[in-house]
Design a protein around this ligand. Structure first.
Ligand SMILES: [Zn+2]
Length: 228
């Protein structure tokens, strides 16, 4: 037997993790570049970075919690509907399941037998999986997604913040931009690899958008600095 690993099961927290880290790097480094380009002092840069990190992590976590919770609500409502249908029209539900298996290519007699046995074993589980498409691996976990997002935002955002705090004053801007681009490329490549896609294209895509975002916020900061 050829052994192979599927990626679907880890897609939920992976997506939240990569998005969170990506957001952390990009929004904190852009914020810092804007402030540094406006020629604000070291203290202001540090305070701005920490405030951006905390605010970003909390809003990312809250946003993820709300969006995944509404997905969980939808799943729960669908399962309640299914439970009700199973209690009040078991035969029709069995026929419905049989139709699903016939459409998937099973011989009608075999489909009848499979539907019968699965309904005996775990009727709600069979309908959740084969009719609605809810499986354990993909079911919504709001708290897990929110925690993953908030932590990964901090992990991503702390890198440019440390660069800003540790770099000598004349090198603050190149230090922030440099480490941010390296981390973004790494995240893009990791996400592409985890998803089985091209690493080079994954890294390039994130790099282009990252560089563009940082350049624009830096320019805004520069404009603001000139007008002071
Ligand atoms: Zn059903």
């Amino acid at each position: 037997m050829i052994s192979h690993t599927h990626r679907t099961g880890r897609s939920g927290w992976l997506r939240a993790g990569v998005l969170g880290a990506n957001d952390g790097v990009l929004s904190v480094s852009s914020l810092l570049l804007g402030v540094a380009a406006a020629h604000m002092g070291g203290n202001v840069i540090g305070v701005t970075g920490i405030a951006g990190l905390v605010a970003g992590a909390l809003s990312m976590g809250a946003g993820e919690y709300v969006s995944v919770s509404s997905q969980a609500d939808t799943e729960r409502a669908d399962l309640d509907l299914e439970r009700h249908a199973l209690q009040h029209d078991f035969d029709a539900e069995r026929a419905e399941l049989r139709e699903i298996y016939v459409r998937r290519g099973l011989d009608p007699n075999l489909a009848t037998e499979v539907a019968h046995q699965l309904m005996q074993h775990d009727a709600l589980g069979a309908h959740a999986r084969d009719e609605i498409g809810i499986t354990d691996a993909l079911s919504a976990r709001p708290l897990q997604a929110a925690t993953t997002s908030a932590i990964s935002f901090v992990v991503g955002g702390i890198v440019p913040l440390l660069a800003a705090l540790l770099a000598p004053a004349p090198f603050v801007i190149p230090a922030i931009a440099g480490v941010a681009l390296i981390v973004l490329a790494g995240l893009g490549a990791a996400a592409a690899r985890a998803g089985g896609a091209s690493i080079v294209r994954g890294a390039a895509r994130v790099l282009v958008w990252g560089a563009l975002t940082m350049a624009l916020t830096g320019a805004v900061g520069e404009l603001f600095g000139m007008s002071r």
